[in-house]
Design a protein around this ligand. Structure first.
Ligand code: APR
Length: 245
C-alpha cells in the first residue's frame, strides 16, 4: 500500500501521465488475452490467423477467428480499470492513452485522447482498394465474410495484422506522448510485440517514472519499471484514483 501512496503522490506532483495498455486491461470486460493459459493464440496459431498473408490467402478461415473476437468485442463493457483511466483524464492527470487493444473500450470509458496503435474494430476496410465501412453486428451474419462493394474482395477489421505497418499518425502521436510524459503507466501487456513495446523505453529514456500493473513480471519489470504492482488492473487503478481524490 505504501508504494501505491508513493505513486499517487508522484502523479499528483508531476501529472503528465500516459497510460500504455494491452489486452490485460480488457480481461474483466470479457475479452481474452492473446498469450498465457487462456490466450487466443493458444487456440489460433497467430501465423495462420493473424498475419496479413494468411488473411489474403484464406479469408474464410481467418474470419472464423475474427467473428469470435467480434462477438466478444460487441458485448464488452469497460472494466473498472478502463473507467479509472477515464477518471484520471477528467481529473487532469492523464494526458493520453496509448493502447494496443482494438476493442474501443477506452473511448467507451470516456477517454478523449486515445491513440489506437493497432487500429480499431469499429471499421471494416478493403485491403485492396482501402474503402471503409462501419463494422456492425449485421456484418457478422454475412458468410463466409463481408465483401467490398467496390471490388468484391474480403473486407478485414481496420486492425493491424502481423506483417502490416502501424498507422503513421498513431506512431507519431504515440512517440510524442511517450517523450513528453512524466509518469508512464504500463497496464496489462506482456511487452513482447514491437514496435509497440518500444514506447515505455522511450518514456524511460526521457526521464519518466515507470509504473507497471500486471499479473506477471514482463521484460519491462526488471529493466525499466520503477514501481511494479502484481495483480489486476481493475484492483490497482481504482485505488490510485481513490488516493488522488
Ligand atoms: N490486470 C493486469 N494485467 C493482466 C490482467 C489483469 N486483470 N490479466 C492478464 N494480464 C496480463 C497478462 O499477465 C499479460 O502479461 O496482460 C498481459 C496480456 O499479454 P498479451 O496477451 O500478450 O497481450 P498484449 O501485450 O496486449 O499483446 C500485444 O500482441 O497479438 C498481438 O496485436 C496483438 O495488441 C496485441 C499485441
Amino acid at each position: 500500500m505504501e508504494d501505491l501512496k508513493k505513486v499517487a503522490e508522484i502523479v499528483k506532483e508531476k501529472g503528465q501521465v500516459v497510460a500504455f495498455t494491452g489486452a490485460g486491461i480488457s480481461v474483466e470486460s470479457g475479452i481474452p488475452t492473446f498469450r498465457g493459459a487462456q490466450g487466443l493464440w493458444e487456440r489460433y496459431d497467430p501465423d495462420e490467423y493473424a498475419h496479413i498473408r494468411s488473411f489474403l490467402r484464406n479469408p474464410e478461415k481467418v474470419w472464423m477467428m475474427l467473428r469470435e473476437m467480434a462477438y466478444l468485442i460487441f458485448e464488452a463493457k469497460p472494466s473498472p480499470a478502463h473507467l479509472a483511466l477515464g477518471e484520471l483524464e477528467r481529473m487532469g492527470f492523464l494526458r493520453a492513452v496509448i493502447t494496443q487493444n482494438v476493442d474501443g473500450l477506452h473511448h467507451e470509458a470516456g477517454n478523449k485522447n486515445v491513440i489506437e496503435y493497432h487500429g480499431n474494430h469499429r471499421w471494416l476496410v478493403c485491403p485492396s482498394c482501402h474503402s471503409k465501412k462501419p463494422f456492425t453486428r449485421e456484418s457478422l451474419n454475412v458468410f463466409p465474410y463481408p465483401r467490398c462493394e467496390r471490388c468484391e474482395r474480403a473486407l478485414k477489421p481496420d486492425v493491424v495484422f502481423f506483417g502490416e505497418s502501424i498507422p503513421l499518425d498513431a506512431m507519431i502521436r504515440a512517440n510524442e506522448e511517450a517523450k513528453n510524459c512524466k509518469v508512464m503507466l504500463i497496464i496489462g501487456t506482456s511487452g513482447v510485440v514491437y514496435p509497440a513495446a518500444e514506447i515505455p523505453y522511450i518514456s524511460k529514456a526521457y526521464g519518466a517514472t515507470i509504473v507497471e500493473i500486471n499479473l506477471e513480471r514482463t521484460p519491462f519489470t526488471n529493466s525499466i519499471t520503477d514501481y511494479f504492482f502484481a495483480g489486476s488492473a481493475s484492483t490497482y487503478l481504482p485505488e490510485i484514483v481513490k488516493l488522488l481524490k
